[in-house]
Design a binder for this molecule. Sequence first.
Ligand code: HEM
Length: 491
Amino acid sequence: MYIFNKMKKKKNRAPCFPLPPGPWNLPIIGNIHQLAFSSSTSGPVHRRLAELAQHYGPIMQLKLGETYNVVVSSPESARAFLKTHDHEFPLRPYMPSASIIFYGGKDIVFSPVGDHWRRMKKLCTTELLSEKRVRSLRPVREEEVGKLMKLIGGEAGGGGAVNLSRLLFAVSNMITSRTAFGTIRELEGSFLPVIHQIVQTLGGFSIGDIFPSNRLLRLISGTERHLKKLHQEADSILQGIIDEHVSRKRRRRETEDHDMAEGAEEDDNDDDDLTLIHNTHTVQDVFVAAGDSSPIAVEWTMSELMKNPEKMEKVQREVRHFFDKRGEGAVVDEALLNELKYLKSVVKETFRLHPPAALSLPREGPETVVVNGYQIPSRTRVIVNYWAIGRDPSHWTQPNQFIPERFLDTCIDYRGFDFQLLPFGSGRRVCPGMNYGTAVVYSLLANLLYRFNWELPNQIKPQDLDMSENFGGAISRKKNLYLIPIPYHAP
Ligand code: HEM
């Protein structure tokens, strides 16, 4: 509060407006202790922030180390920051972890809104990840998901449990690999663990990120060394893949030129080449953003369905009835999944309860801004708690219960226009990978539900399934989900 008050005295201010309310803070550490030791429920940061917001309100100030933060926790306040005042918060704060890992913040995620960001985002939304492009990648998804179903079918013979979490992460990265490089890379052993660790560091609450000016702290705590190592590993693997890809393309072009010189017809079917991008920043963004979020969404959906067997039965009935009409054991045709209303509601309900990105990445404005009657000083980090918004009791009845039916008679969607459901964010920094991410989620789920029945191992009762969360850039299950597949329409 002391420093916030000091900021109030600065010249560039709106003196008639108060700062947002917030808990009292200690010198140096600020409110870190309130995040570390909250009163009732213990748990990851997004839960603690939601708990504090119940006391201090949906626009709440927090000082964390050297940083000034405003946490936004209701649909109305999210609308104010992400729509009305969106343009006034164009910057990303300096976060040493992101700067080390993401090439000094030159990528889409960490660069400020400006010409460079606009060019990259346009490339993503209109070309690389557009609806048309995502549709054209359907055969890749269907093939990889098909392989996974065969693998699970093979395992099912033994009657044991499969580590569904691990399989989902692996297949999602296979799909991304083929999408990005046009080929499958052996990623599981080397690259995926590095990407996974990178995602975990991106919560924005590491010691280095809340004391950004204190390099000594980063050196003593070893975080700088750890981050540099992660960056070097990811960069050298990516560079190797990209170099190999570029030379493969060059060789192909030379062969084509040679063939044409010999009189053969030009093969203009460049769609065969699914390659998206040729620079390490963007490729790393794609792997970090795409790699974890889609499998996490499927992992949570399967967990909720296992916990709620009657919902599982209902969604399986819908998927099976729909595809069985097309012949027993039919191919799960992705193009038709849009017609499955209950499956769609199940996915929305999972995004509401378990948004893979529980908190937005922080943004800040160069000027002091007044939002909903509060003064937000320049350079304050604005963090939106998407997790808390999805459970806001003034918008959702029985907010902590898994009730997909609530979406059957509404047109509330997750595309960023309904502020009570923001798993992909909203406004200018909305997720450009939404079409790609949801296509993978629907394809995986429909197949898992159509082809297998599922049981919990070790006589675990549905109500006892552990739903603990990990905190990081994406909120996955703390413990891997193990399930026993029972073939139904197994391939
Ligand atoms: C289920 C899947 C996904 C979910 C739930 C998700 C969620 C999000 C959210 C909430 C944001 C905004 C974060 C904020 O407010 O600061 C975001 C941003 C972003 N996402 Fe996704 N995402 C998913 C899949 C993907 C995929 C597949 C890609 C790329 C292939 C992707 C690329 C990005 C990028 C580049 C940004 C940064 C945009 C910017 O800062 O301008 N996402 N995502």
